[in-house]
Design a protein around this ligand. Structure first.
Ligand code: MLT
Length: 315
């Protein structure tokens, strides 16, 4: 019997894994570091989302661990180098939440353009303030994407239909692929200089951490609006606060934060900043799609020796 530790408690979509007699799945929702270190010793498989950190310390304690499954996309919460060194396969489900994240990004973009959260708040307070919430159209504006992977591409396709011109920075994308989707690939500075809206769709890594900082913001258009549904630490929150306060940035929509939940709530409370608590991938459809695929990946790995969606190793 293969023992799997699961560190979140949404079991939807995992029925076939739970009913498979070759597996014993134990659910411990968001264990503390100390609990996690003790627990992990017994397990061959680990199933996680973004809330827990699988640090070197955890991996060192994981004597029997062979497989880490990330029910989602981002792997910035796993020490990949250490897992790889220990011969542990890491697999994720990269496509499962693409459409959900793209749709949430667009929801935030529209909310910024039309002041929907502020107007909602005002009317709920029984105020009828039409003049305060005059918006702007997205039509004819330039959308600058940082990162043109699956999510960035889906955002681009949809926003082209709104009549936005889409430019993107992504050092790994072929410009013909972009052109076929109506997107122009540009240098990062050109994206900063041209875009009315900047939406971030890059993974968090050494080259993207803190890339939206004071120097980058200085290059952006006055009155730019920024949306981040990727990872919080890609933006320097202090520099962002300063630029919102000064009026350089007209609006910000954040689904992700430097620390989650935030330790410093300054940005959350600011005017012209709209926020959601890391919800972009949280739809019924995405969660079920991801859980089903991850269940199959786990069964294939342990019972058939088939390694799917691995980002670091082959069996
Ligand atoms: C992801 O990386 O899959 C999304 O941000 C959702 C999450 O981490 O929970």
């Amino acid at each position: 019997m293969y023992k799997i530790l699961m560190t979140y408690n949404n079991l939807e979509g995992l029925d076939s894994l739970f009913s498979n007699e070759e597996f014993k799945i134990d659910v411990y929702n968001k264990p503390s570091l100390e609990e996690f270190k003790k627990l992990i010793k017994d397990y061959e498989g680990l199933l996680i989302r973004s809330e827990v950190k699988v640090t070197a310390e955890i991996i060192e304690a994981a004597d029997r661990l062979k497989f880490i499954g990330r029910a989602g996309t981002g792997l910035d919460n796993v020490d990949k180098a250490m897992a790889t060194k220990r011969g542990i396969v890491i697999a994720n489900v990269p496509g499962g939440n693409t459409l959900s994240v793209a749709e949430h990004t667009i929801g935030l973009m529209l909310s910024l353009a039309r002041n929907i959260p502020e107007a909602y708040k005002s009317l709920k307070n029984k105020k009828w303030e039409r003049k305060n919430f005059v918006g702007t159209e997205l039509f004819g504006k330039i959308l600058g994407l940082i990162g043109l992977g699956r999510i960035g591409t889906e955002v681009a396709k949809r926003m082209s239909a709104f009549g936005m011109k889409v430019v993107a920075y992504d050092p790994f994308v072929d410009s013909n692929f972009a052109k076929r989707n109506g997107i122009e690939i540009k240098g990062i500075n050109e994206v900063y200089e041209e875009a009315d809206y900047i939406s971030i769709h890059s993974p968090l890594n050494d080259s993207t951490r803190g890339m939206i900082n004071a120097a980058a913001i200085k290059k952006m258009k006055d009155g730019v609006r920024i949306i981040n549904c990727a990872r919080g630490p890609i933006i320097n929150e202090k520099d962002l606060c300063y630029a919102v306060k000064s009026g350089k940035i007209k609006g910000v929509a954040l689904d992700v934060f430097m620390k989650e939940p935030p330790e410093d709530w300054t940005i959350v409370g600011m005017e012209n900043v709209i926020v959601t608590p890391h919800l972009a991938a949280s739809t019924k459809e995405a969660q079920i799609r991801i859980a089903k695929e991850m269940g199959e990946v786990i069964v294939d790995f342990f019972t058939r020796g088939i390694v799917r969606n691995a980002i670091n190793a082959h069996k």
